[in-house]
Design a protein around this ligand. Structure first.
Ligand code: ARG
Length: 420
């Protein structure tokens, strides 16, 4: 049995009650670790709440820079979108939290880490698989899977032990947030037919038609976003800055039914204007800078990367191998992408954000090859032989077995490939 546990502490009702519950019911000492991932929060208040709940120690780790550099940047290189849509907001954060839980466990001489996830979600998988990968000797404790508390039970428990809950925001939703975006679940959203109410959103505001359009230039250096409108910004600041530019156009909302790792389909609302704008810009710059075969192969591997990270396999050999491949592709993903936001139309007022232009000094777009003007350098006469040989196999097939063979009734629509 564990004696000292480092708990992933959010400062909310559940993890505050957890501090007390593990101390009382399991007889362990609890060290609370809160990670600042750019979600915002009053860290002094969170610190004293953990101590008030009975933690023997509290650590607040500002991991924003590391999260941007080692996690978000990797996801950008991978154009990471789970099921083609979700930029892995929570999935990216769990492995970095676990890394810091493990480091704290070593510092404090703890023999276990703990989290407040339920048994129905992906986050428990991410916490535990990451922990197994980084520190197989540490026990992982997940009290919420066994304690059977309802929200009312938690409130009653908090009152009984004098844990201040008035400060914990009573939201009808379950929200997880970091600098890559917000996730919103539960409440009325559990009915997939119901349109998300306006109070679900915090980073986006629909702007009605009539407002001004706005443009922003994102600069990339070897696949890494490095500047906004020519001003150098570290990634952990660039994403929130981009949120503030494109969010007011109502861009960046997702409403999806998603396949969780544990076999449940769930209705998810995501709000991630900066993330989606950045991924769009990065993918666009790749279209100009990646050689065709590399681009196509990379596109085949990207969904797999997103799936691995979604499934909690951040620390795994396949994910590391894909990272190495993606990193190799990024050497020349350098240049600028110009995004344009335009106001939406009433009544929803959802605007749009799109790529208005791109440029790269090392791009593979060659104007003199592409142009139809007098500047054209393409050797038109070479095309004849190329196309004839490219089509030779089809021509042979047609004349011997297909629509062009002797006795064939007609070309089109004769069930090509079937032999009578
Ligand atoms: N469905 C998303 C995911 O699995 C969001 C999870 C949100 N987590 C939370 N504890 N509220 O990544």
């Amino acid at each position: 049995m564990a004696k000292k546990v480092v708990l992933a502490y959010s400062g909310g009702l559940d993890t505050s009650v957890l501090v007390r519950w593990m101390t009382e019911e399991m007889g362990v000492e609890v060290v609370a670790l809160a990670a600042d991932l750019g979600q915002g929060g009053d860290w002094d208040a969170i610190r004293s709440r953990a101590l008030g709940a009975g933690a023997v120690d509290v650590e607040v780790a500002d991991v924003r820079e590391e999260f941007g550099r080692d996690f978000v940047a990797t996801a950008v290189r991978a154009n990471a979108l789970y099921e083609g849509k979700y930029p892995l907001i929570s999935a990216l954060s769990r492995p970095i939290i676990v890394k810091h839980l493990v480091e704290a466990a070593r510092r404090h001489g703890a023999d276990a880490i703990a989290h407040g996830c339920t048994g129905k979600g992906n986050d428990q998988v991410r916490f535990e698989v990451s922990s197994r990968a980084l520190a197989p000797d540490l026990e992982v404790i997940a009290p919420v899977r066994v304690w059977g508390f309802t929200r009312d039970d938690s409130i009653e428990y908090a009152e009984r032990f004098g844990i201040p809950i008035s400060a914990t925001k009573a939201s009808p939703y379950s929200v997880d947030q970091n600098l890559w975006g917000r996730t919103v679940e539960c409440g009325i959203l559990e009915d997939p037919w119901v349109m998300p109410p306006a109070d679900v959103y915090e980073l986006t505001v629909p702007r009605a038609a009539g407002g001004e359009p706005r443009e922003v230039v994102i600069s990339f250096d070897s696949g890494l976003p490095v500047a906004l409108d020519g001003r150098p910004v570290p990634l952990h600041d660039l994403v929130p800055a981009l949120d503030a530019i494109v969010g007011p156009y109502g861009y960046g909302r997702l409403d999806m039914i998603e396949n969780r790792r544990v076999g449940i389909k769930s209705r998810e609302i995501y709000e991630c204007p900066g993330a989606l704008a950045l991924l769009m810009a990065h993918a666009d710059l790749e279209s100009m800078t990646l050689e065709r075969d590399v681009a196509h192969e990379k596109a085949r591997l990207e969904p797999r990367w997103a799936e691995l990270v979604y499934d909690g396999l951040w620390y795994s050999p396949l994910k590391a191998s894909l990272d190495a491949f993606f990193a190799e592709t990024q050497h020349f993903v350098t240049g600028d992408v110009r995004l344009r936001c335009e106001p939406g139309t009433a009544p929803a007022g959802l605007g749009c954000c799109f790529v208005a232009g791109r440029r790269s000094a090392v791009g593979l777009y060659d104007h003199d090859l592409a142009t139809y003007t007098a500047a054209d350098r393409f050797r038109h006469q070479d095309a004849e032989g190329f196309v004839r040989i490219f089509g030779l196999g089809i021509e042979t097939w047609s004349s011997k077995q297909g629509p062009g063979r002797p006795g064939a009734v007609t070309g089109a629509g004769t069930g090509a490939g079937t032999v009578e």
